[in-house]
Design a protein around this ligand. Structure first.
Ligand SMILES: *Cc1c(COP(=O)(O)O)cnc(C)c1O
Length: 372
């Protein structure tokens, strides 16, 4: 082994919002199987997507997601490209365009706002809740919005990655209106009730794998209504009818995502255990914020705080800069808030070890005591 071979011990604590930290055991498996997938005679990177060994990987990833999330036969699971951003358009192109209905959006942060901006290109779409006036620091309760019984769908983003606000549970939906969710940054962080969803999608690179694949879970009865005039890639049913092989799927990203799902199931013990683990980690940071209310200003109101992205400000930009520099010196990396909002953001996705969060919490305590 050469001296420059990177090892697990050189890894820092990576609080990046995405692409983000992955479980070390998954990275080790990917490394071990890189040159030759056991028994296959070549790397997965070199294998046809029609090869039966890749189909086993594809179906295995789907089976893991179905079992973790409790996805039944009435939903299709698709592995697509184009990221979450393409879903902003695909959802509206398939479920809104030509429907004669209106799509209703709960806008609780930047990603919901961008999603709505794409939807209006496809048809009538509007925000029935918009938290912008409060700087997107909360999510609505049932009484805060009026959803129509004849809407094309009700759309929300379960965790706003930039602002760090998360729905504690699914919003109320009028019966018959499909619920659509962008779950990109909290996918697999806790159990969800899939029976409530028309569509739930997530790009992988926040909480479920590397960049390159987006998981779309869609109720099968919603597949039929889209117009065949859409560009073929944009039609969900092309992907559903062809087992996500209408065109070449992002094979390596699917492979890695399957390993992450297996890690959540086998190493963590499933989504309920994952939730407990995530609640424990998030509480460590929010407790420090609450212990120094004059120094740390949490962005989200208390009951909308994200388990995944902890956002807060310090009393000045100078202190924020020195907080980030001091953190870096302790191998706590990528803590700067999104360029559009500033402040500090600690992204503590599923794979962020407890140790990393403990180290950050201690650093925050020390920093507040020294500079408060
Ligand atoms: C990152 C993110 C997106 C954008 O994902 P891309 O894959 O870059 O298109 C959309 N929604 C949410 C909630 C995100 O966190």
């Amino acid at each position: 082994m050469s001296m420059s071979t990177p090892t697990a011990t050189q890894r820092t604590f990576n609080f990046s919002p995405g692409p983000a930290v992955l479980p070390v055991s998954v990275l080790e498996e990917l490394r071990d199987e890189m040159l030759c997938l056991p028994g296959a005679g070549c790397s997965l990177l070199e294998m046809s997507h029609r090869d039966k060994r890749f189909l086993e990987i594809l179906h295995g990833a789907e089976a893991s997601l179905r079992s973790l999330l409790g996805i039944g036969d009435d939903h299709a699971v698709l592995f697509l490209q184009g990221g979450a951003r393409l879903q902003f358009s695909m959802v509206a192109a398939n479920l809104l365009r030509g429907s004669g209905k209106t799509a209703e959006y709960l806008v609780t942060g930047s990603w919901g706002k961008y999603a709505l901006a794409e939807a209006v290109k496809e048809g009538d779409a509007n925000a029935i809740y918009n938290g912008q006036a409060d700087n997107f620091n909360a999510v609505p309760s049932a009484g805060d919005y009026q959803a129509s019984a004849d809407a094309a769908y009700l759309y929300y983003c379960s965790n706003e990655t930039i602002q760090g606000v998360q729905f504690p549970t699914e919003p109320e939906t009028p019966s018959g209106v499909p619920l659509v969710c962008d779950s990109s940054s909290d996918f697999l962080c806790r159990p969800v009730d899939m029976s409530r969803y028309g569509v739930l999608y997530a790009c992988a690179q926040k909480n479920a794998g590397p960049a390159g694949v987006t998981v779309v879970v869609i109720r099968r009865d919603l597949l039929a209504q889209a117009s065949a005039d859409l560009p073929g890639y944009l039609l969900y049913r092309n992907h559903a009818e062809n087992d996500s092989e209408w065109n070449t799927p992002p094979a390596f990203a699917i492979y890695a995502l399957g390993k992450v799902a297996k890690w959540v199931a086998d190493d963590i013990g499933g989504l309920e255990a994952m939730r407990k683990h995530n609640e424990q980690k998030a509480a460590l940071l929010y407790d420090v914020i609450d212990a120094f209310p004059q120094f740390y200003h949490g962005h989200a109101v208390t009951d909308c705080r994200s388990l995944m992205n902890v956002t807060f400000r310090l009393p000045s930009d100078t202190l924020q800069a020195s907080f980030i520099a001091g953190a870096k010196a302790q191998d706590l990396e990528n803590l700067a808030g999104h360029r559009s909002v500033g402040g500090i953001r600690a992204s503590i996705y599923n794979a962020m070890p407890l140790d990393g969060v403990r180290t950050l919490a201690q650093y925050m305590t020390d920093f507040a005591q020294q500079n408060g």
